[in-house]
Design a protein around this ligand. Sequence first.
Ligand code: HPA
Length: 295
Amino acid sequence: MTNASPIEKYCFVSIYSYSYEEYKETADWLLANTDIRPKVAIICGSGLGGLADLLDNKNVFPYNTIPRFPHSTVQGHKGQLVFGELNGKQCVCMQGRFHFYEGYNVATVTYPVRVFFLLGIETVIVTNAAGGLNPKFKVGDIMLIRDHINMPGFAGQNPLCGHNEERFGVRFPCMSDAYDRDLARLARETAQDLGCASFLQEGVYCMLAGPSYETIAECRVLQLLGADAVGMSTVPEVVVARHCGMRVFGLSLITNKVVTDYDSKERANHEEVLATTRMRTEDLQKIVSNLVTNM
Ligand code: HPA
């Protein structure tokens, strides 16, 4: 953690930032410790890390062994970077991501993404578990992320706040093309070929900070805003990946339907999220691994 900018002493909120050299040190260490040179990085959402187990010829680095890499605090979370080959294509998987609700600042949440850029990654694939806001969605559906709403960003928690490092990207990056349309088209075709079309959806993912689930009034607001799914991750990583010019593709697994009716007895709960994740994890892995092959 460095004081990248003298403006920090005037800040209303403290702006955490890392120097280019810190990211570089991590990337150089990884390049020196693996021969794998992936072009694709996959950030696995909670319960979706099984994808990393499918890699062949793996090089595994627990986060706490990688210089300057953030450490995982969540019990039962694997917390490791897995390099390997997915159907013969070299890639790197983050098995366990960093969430804002765990107490990490957005610079730390997105630290791995800039390391990916320095490793030569061109495409970042993100997966997550999300609550379904669109009334047409069913539990177990997989939503191709067409766009996002950065709610923490509305509140000043954008990972690009503070000093802009030009070696990563421009001061004011465009976000109207955040999710790559060609990759989305390929994923749709891939899902169709795999017989997954009946539960494939497409829509807008809204990130909230969490960790509390949404109130009924909040869910209604998010629906009015045009969000189709709500979750507690992904958006900071996507913003940083796009800042660096990497292509992004994202999938949300709809693990539960949000409650929008005061008469409903339904309650959002982590157990349902985990149970749905277990039910659909193989389909999601199949779509991602075939997409990587077809890229
Ligand atoms: N809300 C927020 N995050 C989530 C949900 C939800 O309903 N389900 C899975 N992650």
